[in-house]
Design a protein around this ligand. Structure first.
Ligand SMILES: Cc1cc2nc3c(=O)[nH]c(=O)nc-3n(C[C@H](O)[C@H](O)[C@H](O)COP(=O)(O)OP(=O)(O)OC[C@H]3O[C@@H](n4cnc5c(N)ncnc54)[C@H](O)[C@@H]3O)c2cc1C
Length: 384
C-alpha cells in the first residue's frame, strides 16, 4: 500500500538504519541506550515542538523510524511512557513552565516515567480510584494510597499519578493529574510483582504521604480526568506499525519452528499459520488507513481488539508447533528465582496480558457500542 512515502523518506530510512546499525551491539544497559537515542535526537520525533534536541519528523518519517527500530531488534524502550504518553499530554495540557521543566530530560533520555493509574479496586473502572492528594501547604500535596500494575516503576524517576484532590468529590470529578518524583524513601515503596514469565516488569507502588509540588499538577486541580483520558488517546498511533514489525518477526519464528518440528505438515496448522499471516496484512493496511485520522472514534478500539486477540492466538499457535517441548521449562526453574524462557514460551505467556492492558476487550467493545453504534449506555449501578 502506498502510504505516501517519498524519496526523502527513503533517505531518512537509510539514515535511521545506518544509525541503528552503528550504535547497536555495544550498548551496556537500557538507560544508557535511552541517553544515546536522546543525544542523537531520536526521541520526540513526533512532537510538534522542537528545541529540545529532538529531530522533528512528519507522520511518514515517524513510521519509518518506528519500523526501522523494530526491524533492528533494538532493546525495548524503557523511555516509552515518558516520550509517547506523558510528553504529548504535556504538549496539549501543560503550562509553559511544565513543558520547559519536563520535556528536555525526556528528549535527552535522562528521566524515565511510569503511569500511576490502576489501583487494586480501580482498573477498568478507573473513576473508582481511592488514592488521595491533599494540599498540605500552598506549594505541596501529600499523596496517600496504592497503585498497582505500574510498569517500570522500579526504574522510573517520576510517576504521573491520578489521585483525588477533592475528598468530597465522586467518580471522575475532583481528580488531579500530579507529577511525582519517585525518589522519596519511606514515602514511596515499589514492590515488584513476579509474572508468569518469571520476570517483573510491573509493580505495586505504595504512597505514604509522598510529596508532589502544586506547580506540577497538570490541567489544574480537578482537571485530572480530562488530562488522564487525553493521555490514553496517545497510547496508540505510530507505535502500532512498529509493533506489527515485531509481530511479523514472531510469526516468522513460528513458521520456521513449524517447518523444523514437522507441525507444518498438519493441514489445520497450515491453515492457522496462513490465517495469522493474512490477518497481520489486514491489520497493517488498517493501521495505515487510520493513521492520523482522529475523526474515527472507533478506530483505536477496533485496532486494539484485533491485535490483542491476534497476538494471543499467535502465542497459542507457537506452543502448538513446538509440541510437547513447548511445555518444558528451564532445568533450573524455581518458583522464587527469575528464570529464562525461550522466545516462543515468553510470547505465549506474555500475550495473555494483551487483551487486558490498555483497556480490556470488554471495555473496548463497550466503547464501540456506546460511542460508535450509539447503543444505550450500560447500567453502572449506584456509583455510575
Ligand atoms: C502488562 C500490563 C501492564 C500494565 N501497566 C500499567 C501501568 O503501567 N499503569 C497502570 O496504571 N496500569 C497498568 N496496567 C493495568 C491495566 O490498565 C488494568 O489491568 C486494566 O485496566 C484492567 O483492570 P483490572 O486489572 O483491575 O481488571 P478489572 O477492571 O477488575 O477487570 C476484570 C475483568 O472484568 C471485565 N470488566 C470490568 N468491567 C467491565 C464492564 N463494565 N463490562 C464488562 N466487563 C468488564 C474486564 O474486561 C476483565 O475481563 C497494566 C496491566 C497489564 C496486564
Amino acid at each position: 500500500m502506498d502510504f505516501g512515502f517519498g524519496p526523502k523518506d527513503d533517505l531518512f530510512r537509510r539514515e535511521a538504519r545506518a544509525w541503528l546499525k552503528a550504535h547497536l551491539g555495544g550498548t551496556p544497559n537500557r538507560r544508557d541506550w535511552e541517553r544515546t537515542l536522546g543525544r542523537d535526537g531520536w526521541i520526540g520525533l513526533g512532537w510538534p515542538e522542537d528545541g529540545y534536541g529532538n529531530r522533528r519528523a512528519g507522520l511518514t518519517r515517524q513510521v519509518v523510524w518506528a519500523e526501522e527500530y523494530a526491524r533492528s531488534q533494538a532493546p525495548p524502550r524503557c523511555g516509552h511512557i515518558g516520550e509517547n504518553l506523558l510528553a504529548p499530554t504535556l504538549i496539549a495540557h501543560g503550562t509553559p513552565e511544565q513543558k520547559a521543566r519536563f520535556l528536555p530530560p525526556i528528549a535527552r533520555g535522562d528521566e524515565l516515567w511510569c503511569q500511576g493509574y490502576s489501583e487494586p479496586g480501580a482498573g477498568s473502572d478507573l473513576a473508582g480510584l481511592r488514592t488521595t492528594a491533599v494540599r498540605d501547604t500552598p506549594d505541596t500535596y501529600r499523596i496517600t494510597g496504592q497503585k498497582i500494575w505500574t510498569s517500570l516503576a522500579h526504574e522510573a524517576d517520576w510517576c504521573f499519578v491520578l489521585a483525588r484532590t477533592d475528598p468530597a468529590s465522586r467518580r471522575h470529578h475532583g481528580l488531579g493529574f500530579l507529577l511525582v518524583p519517585m525518589d522519596q524513601p519511606g514515602r514511596i515503596e515499589v514492590r515488584p510483582i513476579r509474572q508468569l514469565t518469571g520476570t517483573s516488569e510491573f509493580n505495586e507502588v505504595f504512597f505514604d504521604g509522598a510529596t508532589a509540588r502544586a506547580e506540577h499538577v497538570v490541567g489544574g486541580e480537578g482537571g485530572g480526568w480530562r488530562v488522564a483520558m487525553s493521555l490514553l488517546g496517545f497510547e496508540r498511533g505510530v507505535s502500532t506499525l512498529a509493533q506489527q514489525v515485531g509481530f511479523a518477526r514472531e510469526l516468522g519464528e513460528v513458521v520456521r519452528t513449524a517447518v523444523a518440528t514437522g507441525a507444518a505438515d498438519d493441514p489445520v496448522v497450515r491453515d492457522r499459520i496462513v490465517r495469522q499471516w493474512a490477518e497481520l496484512r489486514a491489520m497493517r493496511w488498517n493501521a495505515l488507513r487510520t493513521l492520523g485520522d482522529t475523526a474515527d472514534a472507533g478506530a483505536p478500539s477496533v485496532a486494539k481488539l484485533l491485535w490483542g486477540r491476534w497476538h494471543r492466538r499467535l502465542g497459542e499457535l507457537a506452543m502448538e508447533v513446538r509440541g510437547a517441548a513447548g511445555a518444558v521449562g528451564p532445568a533450573d526453574w524455581s518458583p522464587t528465582a527469575p528464570y529464562e524462557l525461550d522466545a516462543l514460551q515468553h510470547l505465549f505467556l506474555f500475550s495473555r496480558a494483551d487483551t487486558i492492558y490498555g483497556g480490556s476487550d470488554e471495555i473496548q467493545r463497550t466503547i464501540i457500542a456506546e460511542r460508535v453504534l450509539g447503543l444505550p449506555k450500560e447500567p453502572r449501578g449506584a456509583q455510575g
